[in-house]
Design a protein around this ligand. Structure first.
Ligand code: IMP
Length: 448
């Protein structure tokens, strides 16, 4: 029996949902340990699409127990709608297979107002400006929690405590935002969600303690470089997608990475193909619009921005939560090594290699340069800690032969090179969109 964690190694959107869905078959308990409805995990099953924002992706297995954990920022109205929608799609969700930690902090509407206020204030600010958040109120839920004006899920469910906590927090909110919110109106607005969610209240720590002999899977949302402590601050989310957000003795940590890299929202990405401001303006391409793009890339005539646009189209790199176009770039080894070291990742799951199918050549960033000098891996952490220096690093690339399909030996060579450079094995390879398009090389639930 083992505790296994699945963590994003990049800036989120690594395809964790699918890996979690696959591993959930071997687990008894699945816990989403942090983040909120800013996340969007997509699972395709028999051509039907299921999107999870607040509920763990293990919910598609009715016999497993799922937890929205202590470290989550939980939006009750969004969660209620999500549960109802999943139930409408035929998914079984009841207190028998799903619990919400009383320690999770609730995200309420005034958090979103606060976020908008901050983003407007920062717009155009020198050296940074907006974070370009998902606008779900995640940052303020985190900062209110730290300011001791947050509200826990257990409190939210208790009308008396919730009312008192609202009185307190609205003094703070009304004073700083100039609003005139009334506790009574808030109480009413959330009544239905409170009644609906009440049966799901649970205490995660006690539950995990009592079920220590089971296989437990910890589901990360977002990715390492969005971590509030270890990410590319300040362009990060407000919780800990890394191992820091879990707080249990984990047996195996699986790091999920795409065969390339993406990022959505503001902030630097060293291997970006093109330009963030340009990416933001782009819409989805129709298949007939990207015919000929691959040939152009393979003739060596495409610009970086065009390669990025092609990857975005083929990889469907548009946010599951916000629909925003994602920046695309080449696989970045220094970042993956850093993510390995932050979370003590002991194997990799590689996803979406098929998006690169048909490319004559692909690149891997093996190292960074700063001021013309190579940076040793041990120095990467201290550079990411400083936004000005991290914005200046330049990638050094190794060019590799591309592949036609994932059965091609060139794809094996690509994966072997990643394995060699990162220094840990690959345990899982995702080979396509569907649930069964997956190869498991090492079973993480077997203790080694
Ligand atoms: P927030 O989490 O909404 O505060 O957004 C902060 C940053 O994290 C922004 O750059 C978002 O685009 C990014 N972000 C938040 N959630 C996700 C996710 O699930 N996938 C990818 N990026 C995310």
């Amino acid at each position: 029996m083992a505790m296994v964690a699945v963590i994003g190694m990049q800036w989120g959107d690594e395809g964790k949902g699918k890996i979690i869905d696959f591993l959930a078959r071997r687990a008894d308990i699945i816990e989403r340990y942090q983040g909120g409805d800013n996340a969007g995990h997509t699972i395709w099953l028999h051509d039907k699409k299921y999107v999870f924002h607040s509920t763990p992706s293990g919910i598609l297995y009715p016999e497993k127990y799922n937890i929205s954990g202590d470290g989550m920022y939980f939006n009750p109205i969004a969660a209620m709608k999500e549960i109802k929608e999943l139930q409408r799609q035929g998914v079984e969700i009841s207190p028998k297979n799903y619990g919400i930690s009383g320690y999770a902090h609730v995200t309420l509407d005034y958090h979103k107002d606060y976020e908008q206020f901050l983003e407007e204030l920062m717009d155009g600010a020198r050296a940074g400006g907006k974070v370009e958040s998902t606008k779900k109120g995640i940052g303020p839920t985190g900062s209110f929690k730290m300011n001791r004006v947050g509200i826990r899920f257990a409190e939210f469910l208790d009308e008396e405590t919730f009312g008192q906590a609202l009185e307190r927090v609205l003094i703070y909110t009304n004073k700083t935002l100039g609003t005139d919110y009334k506790a009574k109106e808030y109480l009413e607005q959330y009544r239905e969600a409170r009644e609906f969610l009440k049966p799901f209240l649970m205490d995660e720590r006690t539950y995990i303690r009592q079920h220590g002999e089971k296989n437990i899977l910890f589901e990360g949302a977002q990715g390492t470089f969005l971590d509030i402590d270890y990410g590319s601050y300040p362009f990060v989310t407000a919780s800990n997608p890394t191992i820091k957000g879990i707080g249990y003795p984990i047996d195996h940590v699986i790091g999920v990475a795409k065969a390339y890299i993406t990022r959505v929202g503001a902030g630097n990405m060293p291997t970006i193909l093109g330009d963030h401001e340009e990416t933001k303006k782009q819409s989805r391409l129709l298949p007939e619009e990207y015919v000929g793009m691959l040939e152009k890339i393979n003739r060596g005539e495409a610009t970086d921005a065009e390669i990025g646009r092609y990857l975005r189209a083929i990889g469907d790199e548009f946010g599951a939560t916000t629909g925003r176009p994602r920046d695309c770039g080449w696989f970045d080894v220094p970042l993956i090594i850093r993510a390995r070291d932050i979370s003590f990742v002991d194997s990799l799951a590689i996803t979406k290699g098929d998006v690169l199918n048909g490319m004559k050549e692909v690149k891997i960033c093996t190292e960074y340069k700063l001021d013309g000098r190579k940076i040793p891996y041990e120095k990467i952490g201290i550079i990411i800690a400083n936004r000005r220096l991290f914005a200046q690093v330049e990638p050094i690339y190794q060019v590799m032969n591309g592949w036609q399909s994932l059965d091609d030996t060139n794809y094996d060579l690509y994966l072997s090179e990643i394995k060699r450079l990162v220094g840990i094995p690959i345990s899982i390879i995702s080979t396509g969109k569907e649930r069964d398009n997956i190869n498991m090389i090492i079973d993480p639930f077997i203790k080694r």
